[in-house]
Design a binder for this molecule. Sequence first.
Ligand SMILES: NC(=O)c1ccc[n+]([C@@H]2O[C@H](COP(=O)([O-])OP(=O)(O)OC[C@H]3O[C@@H](n4cnc5c(N)ncnc54)[C@H](O)[C@@H]3O)[C@@H](O)[C@H]2O)c1
Length: 256
Amino acid sequence: MSARMKGKVALVTGAAMGLGAAAAHALAREGAAVLLTDVADEAADAVVREIRSAGGQAAFAHHDVTSDADWDAAVERARAEFGALHVLVNNAGIAGGGMPIVGHDLGEWRRILSINLDGVFLGLRAAGRLIADSGGGSVINVSSILGKVGLAEAAAYCASKGGVLQLTKAAALEWAPLGIRVNSIHPGFIETPMLAESLRDRPDANEMREMLILAHPLGRLGVPAEIADAILFLASDESRFMTGAELVVDGGYLAR
Ligand SMILES: NC(=O)c1ccc[n+]([C@@H]2O[C@H](COP(=O)([O-])OP(=O)(O)OC[C@H]3O[C@@H](n4cnc5c(N)ncnc54)[C@H](O)[C@@H]3O)[C@@H](O)[C@H]2O)c1
């Protein structure tokens, strides 16, 4: 363990697997006390155990990011368990691809917006005061390359992630005087359970994967640790002059 995050308390949503679990591992490895939250209790508990057995400090709270009451409870848990909150990683999200606009189910549209966008707003609203009272800190909102460019049949996902980008900028301006930095991160396609699930039921899964790889000039998909490293950078003082920024980590996808 090293100590880039020593003395800091972090809350990571959607931390049971994928990018959230990798971010929680990275923050704990660098000395932060991490509250992992998710709706997938067993998987999140397993990540907490891994972090602890590696010598890190971690706890878990069941938390649906669409629930205001769950947000209040999670923030209170961070305060009660670790005494402060300096870093919030708004990571929980769902994909819900493959839906043409004509015929798109309104309930599904609302579900995607509610988790991916409302969840980030509720998180900012619930955690802002404690982060300010803790002396300021860093919020990292996980958007996507699809918050910056479109993808056919993914209108709700693109709209939600574009919303996260703009919400981030508004929050960055509002909270700069409080010493709270707010940045968005825009991963390319990363090997996580979300991606595996998106491809699983497609008859053309292999061709799709090849197409996705070709869309990344570095010639491969990303792995969660590569996004976790960027989240760690935004969480740490190394990014102390960054706020309202869009950190793209995408193997060159957006460079074309
Ligand atoms: N994997 C990619 O290619 C990729 C690319 C760009 C952005 N992202 C974004 O990164 C974030 C993490 O994605 P991932 O690939 O690790 O996904 P994942 O599906 O592997 O993990 C997401 C986690 O969020 C949790 N979650 C889902 N709904 C929730 C809710 N209502 N409340 C709390 N937790 C909830 C899930 O239980 C799961 O543990 C998402 O916001 C996603 O949109 C992913």
